[in-house]
Design a protein around this ligand. Structure first.
Ligand SMILES: Nc1ncnc2c1ncn2[C@@H]1O[C@H](COP(=O)(O)OP(=O)(O)OP(=O)(O)O)[C@@H](O)[C@H]1O
Length: 226
């Protein structure tokens, strides 16, 4: 009998070595649509490597990573890139936006790269940025505040309506007030948008907002209890 995988993300038996060391040593993680997980752990424990594996940018030695039901470890080249563009969104610590473009252009560009036509991409970008509280008028992204830039990065990650949203230290470059508001926004998204959210963070105040708190240490991912 074929049963459909309802999980947005399912990682099974993930092993990966880097620099002669087993960084990920049998990771299992399932995240359902509408749920969030925070991953903490010491510096160098492999948190970014885990996210890069889910993005298909690091090839694991062993294991399966199902994103929206399909094992990305078996995908290559264009098929992998297309699956990533369609089903995954990612927010990095410094936004990684194009500073000379406006916020609307940054977000619309992601939609156009995913195949949406110009008019629909710009309309959807304006709607989403309005909803996420980014000023739409006249400024280039490089002149926005840190919090507004991260909101723009969240919008860019969301514009394709991904099944899985990943964030790597999304509040790491922000002051306390912006950190709170960006964290509130991020953790509101699984309920509002039905995506699964995985956030890597060193900040306990951010991690505490997740449905599940996990700790990566010595290659193992386990439930962390406060
Ligand atoms: N391409 C690579 N070649 C060699 N070693 C690597 C490579 N990529 C990662 N590593 C090593 O793997 C380990 C995990 O790195 P990673 O960046 O995933 O940790 P992290 O938990 O995200 O750390 P931090 O919290 O400091 O960002 C580190 O020891 C790192 O040096």
């Amino acid at each position: 009998m074929i049963t459909e995988d309802r999980a947005a993300l399912r990682i099974e038996g993930l092993r990966h070595s880097a620099g002669g060391r087993l960084v990920l040593d049998g990771i299992d993680l399932t995240v359902e649509p509408g749920n969030s997980v925070a991953v903490t752990g010491p510096s160098g424990s492999g948190k970014t490597t885990l996210l890069m594996s889910v993005l298909g940018l690091v090839k694991p030695d062993e294991g399966a990573i199902r994103v929206a039901g399909q094992d990305i470890t078996r995908m290559r080249g264009r098929a992998l890139a297309a699956h990533r563009r369609t089903h995954l969104g990612v927010v990095f610590q410094f936004g990684e936006l194009l500073p000379e473009l406006s916020p609307v252009e940054n977000v619309a560009l992601a939609a156009m790269l995913a195949g949406r036509d110009h008019r629909r991409a710009f309309a959807a970008a304006e709607d989403l940025l309005g909803e996420l509280g980014v000023p739409l008028e006249g400024t280039s992204t490089g002149l926005l505040s840190g919090g507004e830039r991260q909101r723009t990065a969240v919008a860019r990650a969301l514009i394709t309506e991904p099944a899985v949203l990943l964030a790597d230290e999304p509040t790491g470059s922000l002051d306390r007030t912006s950190r709170e508001s960006v964290a509130d926004l991020l953790f509101s998204l699984p309920a509002r948008r039905g995506c699964a959210l995985v956030v890597v963070t060193h900040d306990p105040a951010v991690a505490d907002r997740a449905d599940r708190l996990m700790r990566l240490d010595m290659g193992q991912l386990a439930e962390a209890h406060a």
